[in-house]
Design a protein around this ligand. Structure first.
Ligand code: NAD
Length: 321
């Protein structure tokens, strides 16, 4: 990789990748892009990026390759498939997977191509498409320190420099991202449950919420994040429940692969799957609250104006996706 401005190859120009590539270009990185939907690259090509017909063609030209794809299956196809990244990447080349995924694909590449000296990092993100567009993503990087240091300027073009965290060796980035989402979704289900029960038992919803805030059971979710539903009736369609279910499934897969039973996570996943079945793939990630509202036959709502400043709530929402 050249010292100052490596040619960055970017595959996956969706909700996240489009903002991320815009910020790479704005930071002065030359860019080569690929997506199965060529039309997704229109803006980047207008702004001076090159187009590659295949991941292999992209990898053959780029100094480092970034993937930002929906699921591990997509990552596997793009990396290992016909005309995939590995068919073009030079020995010693760098691949950074920023998708929310699991380590299996990269692990297999390291084992099956051990002699080719690829530098591989997992670097999934939080911050939603809004954070991607603003170049303020939180990035959790797993891999070797020297590689992280070398690509840091590229990551800084897409993320908040203070929140680009080298969290451990290969796979640690994927694990941290999945555990953050798992815990947040668990907070959501647990909170919806107690708010529904307390309300049904006759307690005023905001009195109950304030009592929880003043108690040892308080959480950022009770204090802040749940307000988007309680106050605004907003279940966050910016992050579809289908993707939330994908993340929960991967979290369970990860637990299975390391041999840890996770009864609670499995239950949370089932609640999410029930909400997805009931309200559809495109329903918001907070729709499980609606399951409990339907159970008690009333919406959980507090007065408009309840809660913190909008900025604080946005920061909280970034955690989930
Ligand atoms: P998306 O579906 O909007 O974009 C994915 C892109 O990959 C699409 O443009 C699609 O055409 C492209 N693609 C799919 N298969 C391909 C292939 N074989 N070759 C080339 N391109 C291909 O998804 P997204 O919302 O941008 O999410 C990407 C990743 O980031 C996911 O793992 C997601 O979980 C994670 N993530 C999303 C958010 C969010 O708020 N959307 C936040 C944090 C993390």
């Amino acid at each position: 990789m050249s010292a100052q401005r490596p040619l960055v190859g970017f595959i996956g120009l969706g909700n996240m990748g489009s903002g991320m590539t815009r910020n790479l270009l704005a930071a002065g990185f030359p860019l080569i892009v690929n997506d199965i939907r060529r039309e997704a690259a229109a803006e980047q090509l207008d702004a001076g990026a090159e187009w590659a017909e295949t991941p292999a063609a992209l990898a053959a030209r780029a100094d480092l390759v970034i993937t930002m794809l929906p699921t591990p299956k997509h990552v596997d196809l793009v990396v290992n498939g016909p005309a995939g990244v590995l068919a073009g990447l030079a020995d010693g080349g760098t691949w950074i997977d920023m998708s929310t995924s699991v380590p299996e694909v990269a692990d297999r590449v390291r084992v099956e191509h051990a002699g080719r000296g690829f530098k591989i990092l997992d670097a999934p993100v939080s911050g939603m498409s809004v954070g991607a567009a603003a170049g303020m993503l939180q990035i959790f990087v797993g891999g070797d320190s020297a590689d992280v240091l070398r690509v840091r300027p590229v990551l800084e073009a897409m993320g908040d420099p203070e929140r680009i965290l080298h969290v451990g060796g290969h796979g640690a980035g994927y694990a941290v991202k999945l555990m953050i989402n798992q815990l947040w979704f668990s907070h959501l289900v647990a909170t919806a449950e107690v708010l529904a029960v307390g309300t049904k038992a006759g307690v005023d919803l905001e009195v109950l919420r304030q009592a929880l805030i003043a108690s040892p059971a308080n959480s950022a979710f009770v204090e802040r994040d749940v307000l988007s539903v309680l106050r605004d009736g907003d279940y966050d369609e910016g992050f579809a429940i289908a993707l939330a279910c994908k993340d929960l499934g991967l979290s369970i897969d990860l637990a299975r692969s390391v041999g840890v039973p996770t009864e609670l996570s499995a239950l949370v996943e089932q609640v999410y799957r029930r909400a997805r079945a009931q309200y559809g793939d495109l329903a918001g990630e907070m729709t499980p609250v609606k399951l409990y509202e339907d159970l008690i036959g009333q919406e959980l709502r507090v007065a408009a104006g309840t809660g913190l400043a909008a900025g604080a709530e946005l920061a909280g929402a970034e955690v989930a996706a």
